[in-house]
Design a protein around this ligand. Structure first.
Ligand code: AMP
Ligand code: MG
Length: 400
């Protein structure tokens, strides 16, 4: 059954559920993971009032009218570095030498920066008047004990990792990631590391797809290659389906003599979801359900495989994880250069988007060409029936 892209996406999403299983993981592994619990602050941050400066903790009432010409002299009764606590109590006429991050001693209500003093050790001359609670960081200024700091379903990044660490949290409960296996097929493809024989090419899809998924924060559990041998593909899929939420294959979905994936899905007894999408590249894409696993069989063309990973698989991963950042974003842009070819079906062309403008790179953009995809950050969407895109035309762009 041949479908429009939108329908193909819907059909896959109809079979997709949000993941509910959770796991407890180290904060070190938490980036790109989705929090499965609310996080409350167990203590004030900072836990004590602290000095924002290197200077002197004192009573503001002592330094009324102080200036370079009329300094006020105070007795230095203690000194305190960050990480230590002064037992001294600042009283009238006294000061404690204090470093940035150190707890403000009892009795003091402000910190005078050392630049506004004579840096005295026994006694200190203060050259500036400041008000009570100036240069004073309150306990709980960042957040108070008991505050909900992070909501369940938050996507964790480096800032959240820092916040959790500042709470003393080492491990967090997150949703498990989708488990995806990637299988490339083709008699002609050889894995890097092996010698390249006549008629052979190296397998790039396995790397493009698996590394892209890893980059997106997905758990790639298997990656492998088989020849155009339906028996081998059937065996591999059977062996890996139970563990995999999604199996992505490339190659063998068209109508050539060695296009084995039709036979593979039949032999597996899969329910076919669709075969062929009205887009270019990736028209022959075949999707099927094998037991609990979605089987997404992409065209072997490197650009076609890469594009359809974005257009078909990403929305599924977004729904499984609840991650909004994985949803496809479309923006409108002005074409900086034209695309002269007629597009019978909706066409996706590699391009570079910046500040409302989109540019197609120099060189071939045929679906077998990967190199000109370097540096591209979007796909220009050219609607079915477009005769050509002209410079200055307004187009839709799918951001990658
Ligand atoms: P297919 O989808 O099997 O008809 O392959 C389409 C084109 O993509 C052919 O030129 C293949 O040689 C090429 N191709 C297939 N699989 C890969 C792969 N894993 N890496 C790079 N190119 C591939
Ligand atoms: Mg092939």
């Amino acid at each position: 059954m041949m479908v429009e892209l939108r329908r193909a996406q819907e059909m896959l999403l109809e079979r997709t559920n949000r993941m509910i299983e959770t796991e407890f993981i180290s904060l070190w592994d938490a980036v790109n993971r989705v929090l499965a619990e609310d996080i409350y602050a167990g203590h004030d941050q900072p836990p004590f009032p602290r000095s924002p400066l290197d200077g002197y903790a004192l009573q503001s009432s002592d330094i009324k009218g102080a200036s370079k010409e009329h300094p006020v002299t105070l007795t230095v009764i203690d000194e305190v570095d960050a990480g230590y606590v002064s037992r001294a109590c600042v009283e009238e006429g006294t000061a404690v030498r204090i470093m940035t991050g150190a707890p403000i001693p009892d009795g003091a209500d402000c910190i005078v920066g050392q630049e506004d003093t004579d840096y005295g050790e026994e006694t200190v001359e203060i050259y500036e008047e400041i008000q009570a609670y100036e240069n004073y960081c309150y306990a709980g200024e960042d957040y108070k004990a008991g505050t909900k700091i992070l909501e369940k379903d938050t996507l964790l990044g480096h800032v959240e990792a820092g916040i959790l660490a500042s709470l003393g949290v080492e491990e967090v409960r997150v949703y498990r990631r989708p488990r995806v296996s990637v299988l490339t097929t083709g008699d002609e493809t050889i894995l890097p590391g092996e010698p390249l024989g006549p008629g052979k090419i190296y397998d790039s899809n396995l790397y493009t797809l698996a590394t892209r998924l890893t980059f997106l924060g997905i758990d790639v559990i298997q990656r492998d290659h088989v020849d155009d041998d339906s028996g081998a593909a059937v065996k591999w899929i059977k062996a890996n389906a139970e563990e995999s939420d999604i199996i992505i294959t490339t190659g063998g979905v068209s109508v050539g003599r060695k296009d084995i994936m039709h036979e593979v899905t039949e032999r597996l007894g899969c329910e076919q979801i669709f075969w062929k999408i009205l887009i270019k590249p990736g028209m022959p894409t075949l999707c099927a359900q094998y037991r609990e696993t979605l089987l997404i069989c992409l065209s072997g063309n490197p650009f076609g495989a890469a594009v359809n990973l974005e257009l078909l698989v990403r929305p599924v991963l977004a729904k499984q994880t609840g991650r909004k950042d994985l949803e496809l974003k479309r923006v409108s842009a002005v074409a900086e250069n034209g695309f002269p070819k007629r597009s019978g079906v909706t066409r996706y062309v590699r391009a570079y988007y910046e500040d409302g403008r989109v540019r197609i790179p120099e060189g071939s953009n045929a679906s077998g060409i990967l190199s000109s995809m370097r540096g591209c950050n979007c796909l220009m969407e050219i609607p079915a029936g477009t005769v050509s895109v002209g410079k200055g035309d307004r187009v839709w762009v799918v951001l990658l």
